[in-house]
Structures are given as C-alpha cells and as structure tokens.
Design a protein around this ligand. Sequence first.
Ligand SMILES: NC(=O)c1ccc[n+]([C@@H]2O[C@H](COP(=O)([O-])OP(=O)(O)OC[C@H]3O[C@@H](n4cnc5c(N)ncnc54)[C@H](OP(=O)(O)O)[C@@H]3O)[C@@H](O)[C@H]2O)c1
Length: 321
Amino acid sequence: MFAVYAAEPNPDAPLDALVVGERPDPEVPDGHVAVHVEAASLNMHDLWTLRGVGIKKEQFPMILGCDGAGRLDDGTEVVIYPVIGDPTIAGDETLDPRRSLLTERYQGTFADRVVIPARNAVPRPAGMTAARSAVMGTAWLTAYRMLFVKSGLRPGQTMLVQGASGGVSTALIQLGRAAGMQVWVTGRSEDKRALAGKLGAHATFASGERLPERVDAVFETVGDATWAHSMRALKPGGAIVVSGSTSGPNPGADLQRLFFLQLRVIGSTMGTRDELANLLTFVTSTGIAPEIGLELPLERAEEGFRAMAAGETGGKIVFIR
Ligand SMILES: NC(=O)c1ccc[n+]([C@@H]2O[C@H](COP(=O)([O-])OP(=O)(O)OC[C@H]3O[C@@H](n4cnc5c(N)ncnc54)[C@H](OP(=O)(O)O)[C@@H]3O)[C@@H](O)[C@H]2O)c1
C-alpha cells in the first residue's frame, strides 16, 4: 500500500530519512480494526520519530502519522485515538507506563490503511469533516487536557500561550476563547500574531515581551526559548502547564521565584479516550472550526514536513488521501 515512512533514524538530517513509497499491506489481528485513512495530520512528534527520539532502532522502517480520520470496512466514520495501552488496565491510559503512541510500536496513519485496537477507533461526530477530525487526536487532545483537566483555570481568568501558530498553540487559543478565558499569546512574527488574533486571542505579544500584568496560567510547549518569560509572567500561585520542549528541555528552573511565589509546574501528556470524546463534543457544540494552515495530498507530504521543520506553521498541517 501507499505510505509515508521513516526508513531509519537520522538525528542530524531527519528529512533525509523520509520516504514516500510503498509498504506491505497490514494484517488485522483479533480485537483490531483497519481504518481506511481519509485524512491524517502532521505533528512535531513525526519529526522526533525521523530523528529516532522516543522509538527503538529495531522498530524502523516505521510509517509516520499519529493522527487520522477515516472509515472502517463497514463504512463507520471514525477518529483515531493514538494512545495504545494495556486494555486490561482501567483508568487513565496516559498514566500506563507501557502505553505507546501510534508510530512508536504500531505503524502510523500516513498510509492507505492503519490497523489499531478496536477501542482506538472513536466514532466521528456527524458533519465533522475528515480533515478537521484528523487534527483532534494529538495536538487538540493535548491542548484540551492542558486547559480543562490540568490547568484549573476558570472562565474569565487569563491564560498565556507561548507560540502562536503551532498545532497545540492554535488549539489552545481556539479552545480557550470558546471556554471564556482571556487569551494572551506570544508569537515570533507579526503574521503569527495576526493569526492568533484571528483565532480569538484578546492580546498578542512578541516572544519575551513584557506583559501589561501577570497571568493565571501559562501554556508551554516551547521550553528553553520561552521558559524564563513564562516564569516571570505568572501571578503568585499561578501554574505553568507544560507538554513540550521544542527549543530544548533544560531551561533554568528559577527555584527562588518558584517557591517564593508558590508557582506550580504541571506536566501534561496527550489525553484519555474519554477526553477525546469530550473534545469532539465540545468542538461540535461550540462550532469551533479547527485551524488548518496547509492541506496537501499525502503524496506531497514532504512539503508539509519541510514547512514544519522550518517553523512555517499556520495551524495544523493535514494530508488528504
Ligand atoms: N506531551 C504531549 O502529549 C505532546 C503532544 C503534542 C505536542 N507535544 C510537543 O509540543 C511541541 C509543539 O508541538 P506542535 O505539534 O504544536 O508543533 P508545531 O506545530 O511545529 O508548533 C511549534 C510551536 O512552537 C513555537 N516555537 C518553536 N520554537 C520557538 C522558539 N524558539 N521561540 C518561540 N516559540 C517557538 C512556535 O511558535 P510561533 O508560532 O511563534 O512560531 C509554534 O507555536 C513539540 O515539542 C511536541 O513534541 C507534546
């Protein structure tokens, strides 16, 4: 079948490991279903996979793509839930130490078909397009959990999103606005700040710019480049919710500020299957149109990877099959 995959890990030149070609048709073990992929979205995670981060060398070649939407053999329209855990463990899948994400052990969604455990095929709300459904499973689910499960923010409080145009950032802006937060955003260029404004940000700032007042919570996926600003941005007792570290994972901790102002640093990863179902309901009932910055046929996936690697994001990048 047609597939876009990582041939081998390449830490220094990840795009050299990207192949647009053919992979064997997958088998469907008991308890699993095949999803005929209609749309799939790109995440920074796919670039980490090309670099060999978070995946064992022996798992290559690996079809990329954590997210997607499509149809089962019987025509049922589904959204793919990318976290695969031990089905015998009840409770929060994201806390299962043996959980994996599609493309770590299971082959991914950038292909004609993807095989997943049956519970990972979540019914798609009527009227939600395949492209918009395909962005829900990773970036949007991560943003949903950061905002609604982890941050403790109430409508009316002020949130700062570090980074304007990325997948998680645009989801946070749109979800925060729909939920009644005051949404402030930093962005690296005027274009990116304008996008944040279009998506509902109440105020935008250049990266690192002094804010007019301190905020209740900061949403971090950037890491080293923005961490010091995030720490300075918080009210006493405020929280940084962090789910990524694109620019580097080891910023100075500023422990004195942390304990003196009683700040909280909260880690967050993906979300549960139930949270994905709640997200789908929230998006459809509020009428949010998830921002897709670039839509390409899967055959042209390399253009999408190059745009993301260069930081040229404007919402999610989606591949159509
Ligand atoms: N823990 C989880 O479950 C989880 C889930 C999803 C993503 N993540 C992680 O979260 C991160 C973002 O993922 P994504 O898919 O949203 O990536 P993306 O679409 O490529 O977005 C990257 C974002 O980072 C910002 N950024 C990058 N470098 C920056 C710098 N030097 N200074 C300021 N801002 C910078 C960009 O801001 P501008 O708009 O200003 O350019 C943009 O908003 C990745 O590290 C990813 O691995 C984690």
